[in-house]
Ligand binder design. Structure first.
Ligand SMILES: [Zn+2]
Length: 68
């Protein structure tokens, strides 16, 4: 149940990071999306969001996180 899989398309590695982000154009201030990423893709996904000027926050994934 705690084995979340990386959000990067085509990657099936276990996620170790969570990336909380928001699109200010479509999401309210209290609404956030969460991606999860393996070690290899956390920088890619964070860069993808940062390049769009979306607010993005990266944290270590813990066992308590939902796997949606
Ligand atoms: Zn990955």
């Amino acid at each position: 149940m705690s084995s979340a899989t990386c959000s990067r398309a085509g990657c099936h590695d276990a996620a170790r990071w969570r990336i909380d982000w928001r699109n200010p154009r479509i999401h309210g201030v209290d609404r956030r999306k969460t991606w999860v990423a393996c070690d290899a893709h956390v920088d890619y996904l964070r860069g993808f969001l940062a390049s769009r000027a979306f607010p993005v926050q990266v944290a270590e994934l813990t066992d308590a996180e939902p796997t949606a």
